[in-house]
Design a protein. Structure first.
Length: 225
């Protein structure tokens, strides 16, 4: 059983590295089995099809990345520390496993179900971390629904920092200390600025002036002979 699981993971890791180099479109079963150093027929002992493999890549390897981030933020005592440790661990993992970038970027097209599952998992874990970090705020800064929105915004910020400043030619550069500091100052001031201001009331439509009733026409008198 352990040998079967090891072979299955070897195929998944081989496929991820091939996607990192050639994209999903270049990730053939022949390339995967050659990379994993197993016979071609061995593939079908673990996966029904190429698409089934694609659908498992991001959730499987994404969970491994998130576990590493969770270990890094464990025992952090403040939101600032959670974000610092989490961002550093996130980018360190991507530097060590650069194929993850293309795996994520192309998954929405080639493995949409896997992409949605991965994003849902990211949001769920991020919300859990934010909830722990902000639990002592009284009154709470954000509702449960708003925590999900905040997590999504922070995930978007990380994705664009990665894309704009760190990803190039199939490699991932570490996030510079200056960019890390900018991100952390932005997050700290944004999440710890105090209670939310009351939302402005919804604009009401301007009342329309009442229409004047049309004047009644007088009936014309008929002349009798």
């Amino acid at each position: 059983m352990e040998k079967n699981e090891a072979t299955r993971m070897a195929l998944i890791e081989a496929a991820a590295k091939i996607v990192g180099r050639y994209g999903y479109s270049g990730c053939s079963i022949a390339r995967v089995t050659a990379k994993a150093k197993v016979a071609h027929g061995t593939f079908y002992l673990h996966f029904k099809s190429q698409q089934e493999l694609f659908d498992l890549l991001l959730p499987t390897l994404g969970a491994r990345m998130l576990d590493r981030i969770s270990e890094a933020v464990r025992n952090a005592t403040s939101l600032y520390e959670v974000e610092r440790r989490g961002l550093e661990a996130n980018f360190a993992y991507l530097v060590a496993h650069p194929y993850m970038y293309r795996l994520m970027m192309e998954a929405e097209l080639f493995a949409p179900a896997a992409f949605r599952a991965h994003v849902d998992m990211l949001v769920e874990r991020y919300v859990r971390s934010l909830r722990r970090s902000l639990k002592d705020q009284d009154p709470p800064l954000y509702s449960e629904a708003e925590l999900e929105q905040v997590a999504s915004m922070l995930m978007g910020a990380r994705s664009y920092l990665l894309m704009r400043f760190c990803a190039a030619d199939g490699k991932i550069r570490p996030l510079s200390p200056e960019i890390l500091d900018t991100y952390l100052r932005f997050v700290a001031s944004g999440l710890q600025a105090g209670p939310l201001a009351p939302r402005p009331p919804e604009p009401q439509p301007e009342p329309q002036p009442a229409k004047k009733p049309a004047p009644r026409r007088r009936a014309k008198a008929t002349v009798k002979d």
